[in-house]
Design a protein around this ligand. Sequence first.
Ligand code: GLY
Length: 368
Amino acid sequence: MAATRIVVDIPEERPYDVRIGEGILAGLGEKLVPVLEAQPPSRILVITDANVAPLYLEACKQGLAPLGCPISDITLPAGEEAKSLAVVGEVWNAMAALGLARDSVVVALGGGVVGDLAGFAGSTFMRGLRVVQVPTTLLSMVDSSVGGKTGVNLEAGKNLVGTFLQPSYVCASTDVLATLDEREWACGCAEIAKSAVIDSDDFFFWLSENAEALAARESDVVAQAIARCVVFKANVVAQDKTESHGVRECLNYGHTLGHAIEALSGYGTYSHGAAVAEGMRFAARLGQSLVGTPLELVEAQDALLDELGLPVLDWSAPAQDILAAMKCDKKSRGGSVRFVLPSDVGQWQLLSVDDETILEHLKLYFGE
Ligand code: GLY
């Protein structure tokens, strides 16, 4: 199948391409030559992690060779712990020691952690270098590599420090997904399901028809799912680049409970996607009470998540603890907890919900 090119065109930003296709890492440099031609880089820095480096770092550097400049690399420890200010400090110092200049380019080769951290380091070093995203997980291909959020975690919470920097180019080479385990695959599928529910009937029904094929990683369905998510996200970000116009929040569907589950169960116990899927099941039920979500949607979404390998979690906690965790999340505002609720497929509302209503529904959902 030929590669797909999607242009992300955000007001006041230079439009950039997201390319999706099998084996396209090898041609990365050729595609980047015209993208970077206004200021050809004097050096490229590839930032990756210890899981990805042995698999794809050499291929990435070879792919970049047509740019004809020195290529350095930094390998971070794998995992969420790397997304810290301490590690960013090390990366900044390494950038200075390597002699990176204003014309240098950072390539983020990895999943969401690498993309966020490399994006943050790149967007702040010398007040901002150009960043190219090369996502290697399904989750980062369908969500975090597009839209320009970067960040690191503080002890007080995840992603509390960050910037918005749109990448110069995104290369989603789908062959690299072959090395993902089942948990990581399902994690990405949850964000695809989230996008489909929020986007449209067309995406939701297409995904419901193709859920088995996506779970089985059929390549044309995988590429189409990524492309549909990128088109959806590009459209959302074009309307609300900095999540300040009440549009980009739709991407947080399922995340209010999802983040609370991740925090209470201990980060890493469940994948981000598994927690978001549970949050989507809960939000749809809350939506039945508050915004008239049809039962058909609740049931169709349950069936979709089941088929994608995202069963109901064997987890619960006291409703008060879950509510307290929701209030700690950076997405709450002044202590009030906000939910993205689907009033139907492709229609959603952002609602601040009072504590009593949340507690009542948590008790109903978790059977307390
Ligand atoms: N991952 C949500 C966003 O980019 O806004």
